[in-house]
Design a protein around this ligand. Structure first.
Ligand SMILES: Cc1cc2nc3c(=O)[nH]c(=O)nc-3n(C[C@H](O)[C@H](O)[C@H](O)COP(=O)(O)OP(=O)(O)OC[C@H]3O[C@@H](n4cnc5c(N)ncnc54)[C@H](O)[C@@H]3O)c2cc1C
Length: 186
């Protein structure tokens, strides 16, 4: 049983996984390698002079794995609630988790299949997004959404930041107090 399952390992999902696994929560991250970020050349991400999108995505996955995130290279085909647990299905396997963060970028097919409320996107070329509150919660209990699929501005610094924000809000809810992750310079 995983505490947190994250669907999508672009900037939003991998950033969320980095925070949740670094906080000690058992985290699984699914991705089927269709990140729009892999088509980008990026010169506007604070702290990085320039980087190819594929390199940013790979580094993000490695950062999450460094803190214990388990990465599964597969499409999630369905998520079903069974009591307090979600069963996450790929073509070949199923996994159980208590909390879900959807970070599926442009893709809303899974969100629609599992009954998340959607609405028209407002950002350029984003047709449909998942409805969330300010915290990142969807209409389904314990299912959160982050990044492009949650309607934030389509820039890596913002989608990565939104993944971090949603992860911190989820961690705070699980822990029952506001969470902060600060390493101090030795
Ligand atoms: C050509 C181009 C140039 C760009 N240039 C810049 C730029 O210069 N600067 C900038 O800031 N931004 C740029 N961007 C935008 C940037 O890529 C996005 O804003 C942002 O990184 C998207 O992050 P995300 O995590 O929301 O989505 P994505 O990076 O698209 O990640 C979503 C992930 O979810 C996975 N996924 C979806 N559904 C499933 C499923 N059912 N099962 C498993 N995995 C699933 C996909 O495989 C994908 O890897 C550019 C985008 C494009 C297309």
């Amino acid at each position: 049983m995983y505490e947190i399952a994250i669907i999508g390992a672009g900037p939003a999902g991998a950033s969320a996984a980095l925070f949740t696994s670094k906080a000690g929560k058992k985290t699984i991250l699914f991705d089927h390698d269709k990140s729009i970020t892999k088509r980008a050349w990026i010169e506007n991400h604070y702290g990085i002079m320039e980087i190819a999108g594929p390199d940013l995505v790979e580094t993000g996955k490695k950062q999450a794995q460094k803190f214990g995130t388990e990465l599964v290279d597969a499409a999630v085909t369905d998520i079903e609630r069974q009591g307090d647990t979600f069963v996450i299905r790929t073509e070949s396997q199923s996994y159980e988790a208590q909390h879900i963060i959807l970070a599926t970028g442009l893709l809303t097919d899974l969100a629609e299949k599992i009954g998340l409320k959607t609405k028209p996107g407002t950002e350029p070329r984003i047709k449909t997004i998942v409805e969330t509150d300010q915290q990142g919660k969807t209409n389904v209990d314990n299912v959160w959404a982050a990044g492009t699929v949650a309607g934030v501005s389509v820039h890596t610094i913002i989608t990565a930041g939104d993944g971090a924000k949603v992860a911190i809000n989820l961690l705070s809810e699980i822990n029952g107090e506001r969470y902060v992750d600060h390493d101090v310079l030795k």
